[in-house]
Design a protein around this ligand. Structure first.
Ligand SMILES: Cc1ncc(COP(=O)(O)O)c(C=O)c1O
Length: 411
């Protein structure tokens, strides 16, 4: 699943001891395994090999330029949701013809930038967005390819903040409105409807919601195509979950065979937008224990990473395994692992049984490769962490640690 393991009692990423990275780069620090990333990306593609497809990595999961460049070299396309993400993928050398642009709030400026770049298609999420796309395409005298991102009203059974495919969510076009919009698009000179798709949420650990969503989208796809739209693609979005703790998400191959089984012999190219499942387990957040302290009720380990570095526990109450860098046997104690930020919500573990940590020792928060650094902020005027990419027995700093100067530069 990942390439972090103990060698001689010390935690390593591929062939590099995390202790060495901490000494040379400092902490907190994100560490990614290139081989884990590559394995997972290739495995994903292989699972869908039976059908023409394009994997568009969801840039929001991890947008480091070196990671994007590496995925691009492996043949990945990209799903972007902002002008900034588009800027990053272009800087990383991505083929714009493999980029899809999603999101409910694309600004006119962002749309123009994407048209200029010549992206594959826009995942349109509302009639007003289609009107804007049309007028901007007309202004440029250039046809734009669009997809109807449909809300299939399916419960993905995930955290409410990462569920996106239910009727009450802001995402997508109601399924019943799609055929009329497709009809309107058929008479448009400047927009070409080439795709229908959906994205129902993230960290989904059951196949049922994917199957329900794909089945609904397929029916709609056939109806729209049979009524005369030149559909070439069907976009199934992303969302497959990973194991952080006790979850048992479907294996990639099970997911792919469920999706492919539902799609059957539909004459289309699949667009896939995985994020977390590609990069989530390829990264850890390496941090150092600063202090241990106790009161009558609790034991705390205070580490040098905080919610500004990895917000998932604070935001979603999510679970990350915490492994000591040095394995040796020692007593387990129930403790909270917390950061230095002045919020009680700044925690990585609560009432968790963990080895009794010592001040100065290193620990790793596992499965931090997705929705980790991308969510980092400067809260409490904390410079953002460094990022490191490991390849076999070498590593490279792929984002330097921010300085105090970086904190005030734009002010
Ligand atoms: C439009 C879209 N596509 C793809 C993804 C990627 O999801 P995940 O990282 O769960 O695969 C997201 C994230 O929620 C998204 O909003």
């Amino acid at each position: 699943m990942h390439d972090f393991h103990y060698q001689g009692g010390h935690l390593c990423c591929e062939g590099v001891p995390l202790e060495r990275i901490a000494e040379e780069v400092g902490t907190p620090c994100y560490v990614y395994s290139r081989s884990a990333l590559e394995k997972q990306f290739r495995r994903f593609g292989a699972a869908f090999a039976a059908k023409p497809h394009l994997t568009c990595f969801a840039v929001k999961a991890n947008s480091n330029l070196s990671i994007l460049r590496f995925l691009s070299r492996l043949g990945s396309g990209f799903d972007v949701v902002s002008g900034g993400e588009l800027y990053r993928v272009l800087k990383a050398g991505a083929d714009p013809g493999k980029v899809v642009f999603s999101g409910v709030g694309k600004s006119p400026q962002e749309i123009l930038e994407a048209m200029e770049a010549g992206i594959l298609l826009f995942n349109a999420e509302s009639p007003q967005e289609l009107d804007l796309l049309e007028s901007l395409a007309r202004g440029k005298r250039r046809v734009a390819r669009v997809s109807l991102r449909v809300n299939p009203d399916v419960d993905p059974k995930t955290h409410p903040y990462t569920a996106t495919g239910l009727r009450q969510h802001k995402f997508g076009i109601p399924a019943e409105e799609a055929p009329a919009l497709a009809r309107k698009l058929r008479s448009s000179r400047w927009l070409r409807l080439v795709c229908v798709g959906c994205h129902i949420g993230s960290q989904i650990t059951e196949l049922g919601p994917f199957v329900d969503a794909v089945s609904k989208i397929k029916k709609l796809w056939l109806q729209v195509r049979d009524e005369g739209s030149p559909l070439r693609f069907l976009d199934v979005g992303g969302g497959l979950g990973i194991t952080y703790g006790n979850e048992h998400p479907p294996e990639l191959e099970e997911y792919a065979s469920a999706v492919l089984g539902e799609i059957g012999d539909l004459d289309c190219t699949l667009l896939l937008e995985p994020g977390r499942v590609i990069v989530g387990n390829a990264g850890v957040l390496l941090t150092r224990v600063l202090y241990t302290k106790s009161n009558r009720e609790k034991l705390f380990s205070v580490v040098d990473a905080a919610m500004n570095d990895l917000i998932r526990p604070s935001l979603y109450n999510s679970f990350h395994q915490i492994w000591p860098e040095s394995k040796g046997s020692r007593p387990l104690r129930v403790m909270d692992v917390v950061g230095p930020v002045c919020e009680s919500g700044d925690f990585f573990a609560r009432d968790r049984r963990l080895p009794q940590f010592r001040p100065g020792e290193l620990v790793a928060l596992l499965s931090a490769g997705a929705y980790g650094f991308v969510f980092a902020s400067n809260y409490n005027s904390r410079p953002r962490a460094a990022e490191v990419l490991v390849h076999r027995d070498r590593y490279r700093v792929i984002r330097r640690r921010e300085t105090y100067g970086d904190l005030i530069r734009p002010e």
